[in-house]
Design a protein around this ligand. Structure first.
Ligand code: PMP
Length: 445
């Protein structure tokens, strides 16, 4: 507060300044005690040969959103804050008990060399098991076309690494997953956006294909993050036909399709792929637990061979012990049981959040009830900024992600994403209550 007064800046700016100093190692903040200048910056402790790291670092394309988010979260100090932001499963339902039992019961069967290196593709029994699971969903592939990844984020990065050169065009559906936009932009891609429509905008896609000859389209056809949208079955077929004609590679990111609450969603793009252009990505982060860091990719062997090379540079292979355990987990039938359980839990939470939004906001917000996934995407019907709403919401003790985070370029600031998977019904209702209070406060400003 004193710093803010001294320099006549807002309190948030002063806190931000402190956070930056802390991040760069100049100061350390000890809760309840105070803020201290780091030892090595106290006169006399500092070497004349201090490494000039900032001068050595390569230029870095920081997305405006990542800095915006860290600024907004700075004032996020309330201890009992309800976070409706991050898209994660509820840790209370992580199948930790089953995993530890499997580990203890089977550890003695392991040979020490099982803790050594394995092929870059991943643990063979798990790749075979994934191949069998995918066959049930209409994806026919050989285990050699499957690579186990350290999370599907790695798949996004590796795909972009082997395909994108600076200046290449990449098509995305907007709004979409921030982590993908950041990867494409960090590698110098020029991003073309397909706007969200009732129908998948095939005519805009065709125009982009003819005009810009993009190499890659990134899409989440089932329960899109952030808005829960689905590309309909008929549109999927047309999309594949069009992409085949233009030899467009499609990166199909599919973390949510098995977390459905109504009908089973349409078949994946990969299952319809008759020209070898679809790169299929999935993960166990949403269905099981993100800390497993296990996902996988299925694609044409020519692409997989390059991905393998690139993955070797990054981590040689993904963690074998996680892969071995996950294989046991699936083999013993736990995945199916777990999915049935979480579908029931998250469906309830979705309904409670939708009811609470209807009750508290009436016509002040518009949203669709998603048929799967973790998110409700809201649009403010009045001229209020979602970023300003977040600032108020943090004060009333609830957080969400402003819509801008899901766009390649800043757009209209009236949308935001709420995640309903992380908390129980009571907490969700309280979160929406706090959100409503925040909106009322903002309107009075
Ligand atoms: N894609 C989408 C659409 C996601 O929502 C996420 C997680 N937020 C990921 C990829 C990355 O997941 P992970 O690396 O944990 O598998």
């Amino acid at each position: 507060r004193e710093l803010a007064l001294l320099f006549q800046v807002s309190r948030t700016t002063a806190i931000n300044a402190y956070r930056h100093l802390e991040k760069d190692g100049y100061i350390s903040i000890k809760n309840g005690s105070g803020t201290y200048v780091s030892d090595r910056y106290i006169l006399g402790n500092r070497s004349n040969y201090e490494m000039p790291w900032p001068q050595l670092l390569k230029p870095y394309m920081q997305s405006s959103m990542s800095s915006l988010m860290s600024e907004l979260m700075v004032s996020n100090v309330l201890e009992d804050k309800i976070s409706l932001d991050a898209g994660m499963p509820d840790p209370n339902f992580y199948p930790v008990h089953t995993f530890s039992k499997l580990y203890l019961d089977n550890l003695s069967a392991l040979d020490p060399k099982d803790f050594g290196h394995i092929p870059i593709h991943g643990y063979e029994p798990l790749r075979n098991r994934i191949t069998q699971m995918l066959a049930l969903e209409g994806i026919r592939c050989h285990a050699d076309e499957v690579v186990i990844l350290s999370g599907s984020q790695q798949g996004l990065y590796l795909t972009a690494r082997v395909l994108i050169e600076p200046g290449d065009y990449v098509i995305i559906q907007e709004p979409t997953y921030l982590g993908a936009i950041q990867v494409f932009q960090s590698l110098g891609a020029r991003v073309l956006s397909l706007p969200q429509r009732e129908h998948f905008p095939l005519e805009i896609l065709e125009d982009y294909l003819a005009r810009y000859r993009p190499k890659l389209m990134y899409c989440i056809p089932t329960f899109q993050n952030p808005n829960g949208a689905i590309i309909k079955a008929g549109e999927r077929k047309q999309l594949i036909q069009l992409s085949a004609r233009y030899r467009l590679a499609i990166l199909e990111d599919d973390p949510y399709s098995s977390i459905y609450y109504e009908d089973i969603p349409p078949m994946s793009l990969k299952s319809l792929d008759d020209y070898g252009g679809v790169i299929y990505l999935s993960t166990f982060s949403k269905t099981l637990m993100p800390g497993l860091r296990l996902g996988y990719m299925v694609a044409h062997p020519s692409l997989i061979n390059r991905i393998i090379l690139e993955k070797q540079y990054v981590d040689l292979h993904s963690n074998n012990i996680s892969q071995w355990l996950l294989d046991l987990f699936i083999k013993e039938g736990h995945l199916g049981e777990h999915l049935t359980k979480i579908r029931g839990i998250y469906k309830n939470r979705r309904d409670v959040m939708a009811d609470a939004l209807n009750l508290s906001f009436k016509s002040k917000l518009s949203f669709h009830i998603p048929q799967g996934g973790f998110y409700i995407w809201c649009r403010i019907n009045e001229s209020l900024s979602s970023k300003k709403l977040l600032q108020e919401a943090l004060k009333t003790g609830v957080s969400f992600i402003p819509g801008e985070a899901f766009y390649a370029a800043p757009g209209e600031d009236r949308e935001f994403r709420l995640c309903f998977s992380q908390h129980d019904e009571k907490v969700i209702s309280e979160g929406i209550n706090r959100l409503e209070k925040a909106m009322e406060k903002l309107k009075k400003k």
